[in-house]
Design a protein around this ligand. Structure first.
Ligand code: FAD
Ligand code: UDP
Length: 400
């Protein structure tokens, strides 16, 4: 395990990851080529190299590793997440044990406030939220439960992102916290999205104001990028950044491909484009120590174009006279960040998934390759399980 310098001015050392260069030689030079150096690609590269002695080429079209979890020191020396706030949380001991080989952790429990214009209240909705919005003084779980039950508008069959919320807390809280935010984030009404979208955000009758309740909640002590560097730092792994998989020369192709980009792009959008939602990130550094009381403030109102503001110092614990924040402004144009969970998109994805069966030399993985709204830990879990399935076949090839 490589120890990294502490954050701060002395931590400004540039990531020591210019690509070691693509090996030139007999074709094919590699056993596996991996498109994408995010969680899916990096975990699989590490396992294939370290666990099975495979020669791996990882390519990413971006100039950096880490995928959407990439973080870096900005011009002021503040650690920021280029693609929006990434908070690590999981209930999987396997995933924690695996990643802990490559990083120490800084315990961090994420908290979010929703800005309603005249007040900021905890999100997910909890007892404090209910009391503030309705001007009540409920003091027990049972009282809050009874109150919310009276507000709730039962939905016979819960299918959509609207159904989940209205069924649990009724129209008023739905309108206040979910309708506008979701319409901005997805460019769709909650009634047009699968229930899994808003089911990510629970309702609580307690005063617990943490965003997540997973057993393990922490940030990589020196950032995600450092963790990815340690993962990919292996003599059998070559890395080519700023390189699109689709532009690879034939000699760099391998008998096995792992593709973690959008599955429809792999097939040249043959059946039409799979929708992925994008975001524009507005990064700012402010001449003040602190802006927000918590790591993220959400803005459910459609009167402002952004969905949330993140202040990284809460996440990183960094001490610095200035502070860095990011606004997230949803858009249809740009890098694909979110698969859009709704039935017609799932049906289109299924067609691509069936097409993938005709390519046994390619494994599709990760959030974009699987077209699933995965968190980081789920992507790591998926990658580890793909490797577990693959390893015996690879061992058999070696002894052949
Ligand atoms: P990615 O990180 O997207 O990596 C795929 C890589 O493939 C990219 O780097 C891309 O450049 C590359 N690529 C694509 N096509 C090609 C090609 N043709 N050739 C070469 N390279 C290619 N998860 C959490 O657990 N907690 C959070 O708090 C959290 N917050 C998030 C906030 C935002 C704004 C977003 C967008 C996501 C968040 N996530 C969070 C989800 C998290 O980002 C993903 O689960 C995880 O990063 C997915 O990893 P991946 O490897 O599947 O994909
Ligand atoms: N959501 C909302 N209001 C909020 C927070 C979330 O309507 O204040 C909805 C919205 O549709 C969002 C989804 O719940 O896309 C999932 O929220 P989460 O915070 O998990 O989104 P992510 O961090 O993945 O962008």
């Amino acid at each position: 395990h490589r120890t990294a310098a502490a954050l701060g001015p002395q931590g400004r050392r540039p990531p020591r990851f210019p690509a070691p260069g693509i090996r030139r030689g007999k074709s094919p030079a590699y056993d596996v080529v991996i498109a994408g150096a995010g969680f899916a690609g990096s975990v699989l590269a590490q396992r294939l190299a370290e666990g099975s002695g495979k020669r791996v080429l990882v390519v990413d079209r971006r100039e950096h590793i880490g995928g959407n979890a990439y973080d870096h020191l900005n011009e002021a020396g503040l650690l920021v997440h280029r693609y929006g706030p990434h908070i690590f949380h999981t209930n999987s001991d396997d995933v924690v044990a695996y990643l802990s080989q490559f990083t120490h952790w800084r315990p961090y429990e994420h908290r979010v406030l929703a800005d309603l214009g005249n007040m900021r209240v905890p999100m997910p909705i909890n007892r404090t939220t209910v009391n503030a919005v309705y001007g009540l003084d409920l003091t027990t779980d049972a009282e809050v439960e009874a109150f919310l039950a009276a507000q709730a508008e039962p939905v016979a069959e819960i299918r959509t992102a609207r159904d989940v919320v209205v069924n649990a807390v009724g129209e008023r809280l739905y309108e206040t916290f979910f309708r506008g935010y979701t319409r901005k984030q997805w460019g769709l009404d909650p009634s047009e999205l699968d229930k899994l979208v808003t089911a990510r955000v629970p309702t609580r009758t307690t005063t617990d104001d943490r965003y997540f309740t997973d057993r393990f909640q922490a940030m990589p002590a020196h950032g995600y990028t450092r963790m990815f560097e340690a993962m990919l730092d292996h003599p059998l792994i070559d890395l080519a950044l700023g390189t699109d998989f689709h532009d690879l020369p034939p000699r760099d192709l391998a008998p096995l491909t792992i593709y973690t980009g959008p599955i429809d792009a792999f097939f040249g959008h043959r059946f039409g484009k799979l929708p992925y939602r994008s975001l524009t990130f507005r990064h700012e550094t402010l001449d003040q120590r602190r802006l927000l009381p918590v790591g993220v403030v959400n803005f459910p109102s459609e009167d402002v174009p952004y969905t949330r503001i993140t202040e990284y110092k809460h996440l990183t614990g960094q001490v610095h006279p200035r502070t860095a924040i990011t606004y997230e402004i949803p858009s249809d144009e740009g890098d694909p960040y979110y698969p859009v969970p709704r039935p017609e998109n799932q049906a289109l994805f299924k067609r691509y998934e069936e097409l993938a069966l005709t390519r046994p030399d390619v494994i599709f993985a990760g959030r974009l390759g699987s077209y699933r709204y995965y968190n980081m830990d789920q992507v790591v879990g998926q990658a580890l399980s793909i490797y577990r399935r693959l390893a015996p076949q690879l061992d058999a090839q070696m002894t052949r």
